[in-house]
Design a protein around this ligand. Sequence first.
Ligand code: IPM
Ligand code: MG
Length: 401
Amino acid sequence: MSEAWRLLLLPGDGIGPEVSEATEAVLEVAAAWLERRSGRGVAVRRGWIGGAAIDRWGVPLPEETLEAARASDAVLLAAVGGPRWEHLPGHLRPEAGLLALRRELGVYANLRPATVWPGLEGRSPLRPEVVAGTDCLVVRELTGGLYYGQPRGRGVGSGGEIRAVDTMEYSADEIRRVAHVAFRAARRRRRLVTSVDKANVLENSRLWREVVSNVARDYPDVRLEHQLVDSAAMLLVSQPARFDVLLTENLFGDILSDLAGGVVGSLGLLPSASLGDGGPGLYEPVHGSAPDIAGQDRANPLGMILSLAMLFESSFGAAWLAAELREAVAAVLAEGWRTADIAAPGARLAGTREMGRRVARELERRARAGEAGPDARAGRRSGAESEPVDSAARPHMAAGA
Ligand code: IPM
Ligand code: MG
């Protein structure tokens, strides 16, 4: 029997521990199924990050957590941040721990699929005919740009007033490598890359556009278009279904992925995978720590559960299990179960824990059915081997619905 996959779980702050607990219920069933089928199970370790780490260790990313992350095959993180730590200087805030972890793991490509789930069309604030068919993938550059550029900080200007500086910097290499991820992803989808920038104003964006256009020559089968970020934001709400892969820099990607979450009905549904060249992947729901609802069993755990699906696919080579997990989520939604953020009046309301339990139970049911009759499953199994970055970038609902 081969050595177990090593997974580091970082619950973090706010609703983080709750959605983690709900996800763990699903993880338990999934890991057992993986072990029965492949002979390789999952060894879970827990660690501290963000405010929880500050409270315990005084820093947002303790050395011990970083070491554990480096020694793992994948890291699953829930959320960091909250008002309790807002007074701290920037480098000691919970968010600094997350940014340091992304940087240290070298996970420069952040894949954020946004899909309208069947039955949830009505939960979008947009008219159903506008949102119908929306299925996009934001490929966000994650370890460069304004989030990391130097110099940054505060100083005093010549007139004695306080000034603040952030620096936006990209090298051609940083742009090139994430562009390749986007084009490879588009090949597995609808073969359109929309590169988003602000090339009418920013020098960074002019370099971005130039490098992306050069990379596009390696992918003659993929169509490339350029959009300015302001116009991309407008199109994302007026014609969301026109997009396939949106490729963009760090800050624009942060903003547009929340926007995409709003378009498909709830940020609580969005998963993400952050990948580099080898090394562990980092998987996080796109939502934040939502301190306003923390501790109330109201948060939607599906963003994290779907992040777990991306993890099984991209880091543990189990695309078949990712597909089963997405189908389990789809089945629970099809039964009408909803957390508060996606509930229409009169819906079957489930708390965080119950939603996790329902997905876990559905997955268990699928496992038993699958093991009872291997015939229908054989085809799916053979599709399991694929290159990590590409497979993560598959349409979110590839095997669903
Ligand atoms: C996200 C979050 C983070 C980011 C915060 C928590 C630092 O908003 O993952 O989108 O800005 O990257
Ligand atoms: Mg964000």
